[in-house]
Design a protein. Structure first.
Length: 255
């Protein structure tokens, strides 16, 4: 009697479709980070900020005074306000969605390189101390993080984002995930990470690719290298002076 062989086929449960592409008058080398809010995409450059949506708007001027930027290094958006980490002045500069200056806050962090904002709390990454400093409206609330190579420690951090109660710390060879109070959740290997963006999905720009993950850090798809951001069911990748917008959908998975 011949053996009965059952054949199963695994179908990729994810569908990531290109839905729009827009030309932006800036090179990929000039872009530090991108973030999206509603119909707008914000490009943090070394000397300015560009907003794309119904045309291109530029704002931000060089300087150390209120509303000016000395050395912007990171950006995040919450409820339509832009929080720009200005390394040169060691301040957080706050603008509205149209680029109007709102306020600024001094920070105590020694070496601030990345910012994320969630529920009116500001998370600042300090790679020299291997710490995340968490600020409220007026002062430092608490810090967490310790140097180490094992799970639950921080080693060579380069970027940070916060989404749905989780803090995503991008390191040179992995992503580590913590609660907003510093409790370790999980990690996954990623080589050569440059930027991370977290929302319903997580994107990582590396030396050679853009990687898309779900909230549990299960890889969905790999794209060509670019500066990326996620918002809701959308993935945005900026490369070759073009902003590429993709819609992410999950299907059945197996059949």
């Amino acid at each position: 009697m011949l053996p009965i062989i059952f054949l199963f086929s695994i179908v990729n449960p994810w569908k990531v479709e290109l839905t729009e592409k827009v030309k932006v008058p800036v090179s990929q080398e000039e872009i530090l980070e991108i973030r999206t809010f509603g119909n707008y995409t914000y490009f943090l450059c070394r000397d300015k900020i560009l907003r794309e949506g119904n045309g291109i708007v530029q704002f931000g001027t060089f300087g150390m005074e209120s509303g000016e930027l000395a050395e912007p290094v990171s950006i995040d958006i919450e409820t339509g306000w832009l929080y720009i980490l200005d390394y040169g002045s060691r301040n957080i500069k706050i603008f509205d969605r149209d680029g109007n200056y709102i306020d600024e806050r001094e920070i105590e962090t020694e070496e601030p390189i990345a910012i994320a904002v969630s529920n009116e709390r500001i998370f600042i990454l300090d790679p020299l101390r291997y710490k995340i400093d968490v600020y409220g409206e007026e002062s430092l609330l608490y810090s967490f993080g310790n140097f180490g190579k094992g799970p639950g420690f921080i080693n060579n951090p380069v970027d940070i984002d916060v989404a749905l109660g989780k803090v995503y710390i991008l390191e040179k060879d992995r992503i580590s995930v913590f609660s907003e109070y510093g409790d370790f959740i999980n990690m996954n290997e990623v080589k050569g990470g440059k930027n991370i963006s977290a929302d319903k999905y997580v994107s990582v720009s590396t030396d050679s690719t853009t990687l898309l993950f779900d909230q549990n850090l299960e890889k969905i798809e790999c794209f060509e290298r670019g500066v990326s951001a996620t918002e809701g069911n959308n993935l945005f990748i900026f490369k070759d002076s073009t902003l590429w917008k993709h819609e992410i959908e999950k299907g059945i998975g197996r059949r």
